[in-house]
Design a protein around this ligand. Structure first.
Ligand SMILES: Cc1ncc(COP(=O)(O)O)c(C=O)c1O
Length: 371
């Protein structure tokens, strides 16, 4: 008998990289914090009020697993209007993370392979391992573009799923229509499910955002309210995709998360009518401030969206450079947390301008000083 009570799958969850950064951060006094993956603006007043009203009027119990009918219907109407796919169905999930968990559990059997673009959102790999699957990484350095030919080369008999994310965490890169079309068509030809994580759909700054659902009716799309309405703690997301997959996810939700929090669902209904374009404009400006401020000393792949940039460390490894930044009271995340490489680092500009400006000053100074 093993001496540990823990299941082997717990080993798939190695949070030591990011934990180390937060342990270091805990020791800093008033750090310049460009590490945070959540918006810095206030929750829109109408959304706050809707949640409070829901709580006060007794809407606190379980809802049906698939989500309250008014929110589901509104989202279904939007999705039908946008895509016109006859078999596209909506499910309200407990955050986009909840949607990811359900999707992976619904689609992946032990031994299945999942194509993931490196660098990637931290949750993808442990989730796939949890289901007994294996991630096959497709490198996107140095420009973080999607190359369908590289994906084709990574496909095997065992490939079940391709996970894509645009605008992307941690790079901020937005896939072009051409890249998205190539990927969507390849998935369709190969009979592989394409999951598009569109949590940053509000945050795209240069032109149209193109979803693979435009080219492939079978695409499973995940989105949510965490980032768009600054309610990361409320746990509200949604999925839409082919009914067979959505129904399997619904069954799994029934016996795991049960439902998304009810007050958040009523607030989500109101959130759909709040114009968030001022937030997009403000974050575009923050993006420009950061990118222009670093242009002389850093290589940065064009960050068209989300609220991150992923520069190459100007010297040393990503970890070495980040350790030096932290010594100078600047909190940022080493690239190896999101990647098999340790050459870059992530900055989040979901922060006050004053923090961004102080961060730029420290980064430029460290780059010039060298190791
Ligand atoms: C790419 C990506 N997907 C999903 C999530 C999870 O979002 P949620 O708060 O809706 O669970 C995040 C959060 O950082 C993310 O960056």
């Amino acid at each position: 008998m093993s001496s540990s009570p823990l299941a082997a799958r717990t080993e798939a969850f190695d949070s030591s990289g990011i934990r180390k950064v937060f342990d270091l951060a805990a020791r800093l006094e008033d750090p310049i914090n460009l590490s945070i993956g959540q918006p810095d603006f206030a929750v829109p007043a109408a959304v706050q009020e809707a949640a409070v009203d829901a709580i006060r009027s007794g809407r606190n119990g379980y809802t049906v697993t698939q989500g309250i009918a008014p929110l589901r219907q509104r989202l279904q109407e939007r999705v039908d209007q946008q895509w016109g796919h006859p078999d596209r169905q909506v499910l309200i999930t407990s955050g986009t993370s909840g949607g990811l968990v359900l999707a992976v559990l619904a689609l992946i059997d032990p031994g299945d392979e999942v194509i993931v673009f490196d660098p990637y959102f931290v949750m993808y790999e442990p989730l796939v391992s949890l289901a007994g699957g294996r991630c096959v990484m497709v490198e996107t350095y140095p420009d973080f573009r999607i190359d369908p030919d590289k994906v084709r080369a990574a496909l095997s008999e065992k490939t079940k799923l391709i996970l894509c994310n645009s605008p992307a965490n941690p790079t901020g890169v937005v896939a072009t229509a051409e890249e998205v079309r190539g990927l969507a068509q390849l998935a369709a030809e190969s009979g592989v499910v394409l999951l598009s994580d569109e949590i940053y759909s509000l945050f795209h700054y240069d032109g149209e955002l193109v979803s693979p659902a435009m080219f492939n009716e079978q695409t499973l799309v995940l989105d949510g309210f965490s980032k768009s309405h600054a309610i990361t703690g409320w746990r509200l997301g949604y999925a839409h995709g082919p009914s067979e997959i959505i129904e399997a996810m619904t069954k799994l939700q029934q016996f795991t998360f049960v439902c998304a929090p009810q007050p958040a669902q009523w607030a989500g209904l109101v959130a759909l009518d709040v114009d968030m374009s001022a937030v997009r404009d403000a974050y575009r400006r923050k993006r420009d401030l950061l990118v222009e401020g670093l242009a002389d000393n850093f290589q940065i792949a064009d960050p068209g969206g989300a609220f991150y940039v992923f520069p190459r460390a100007p010297w040393g490894t990503g970890s070495e450079f980040v350790a030096r930044a932290i010594e100078h009271n600047l909190l940022i995340i080493p690239g190896h947390v999101f990647s098999q490489r340790d050459s870059h680092f992530r900055l989040s500009y979901a922060a006050a301008d004053e923090q961004i400006e102080r961060g730029i000053e420290v980064l430029n100074r460290l780059a010039r000083e060298g190791p």
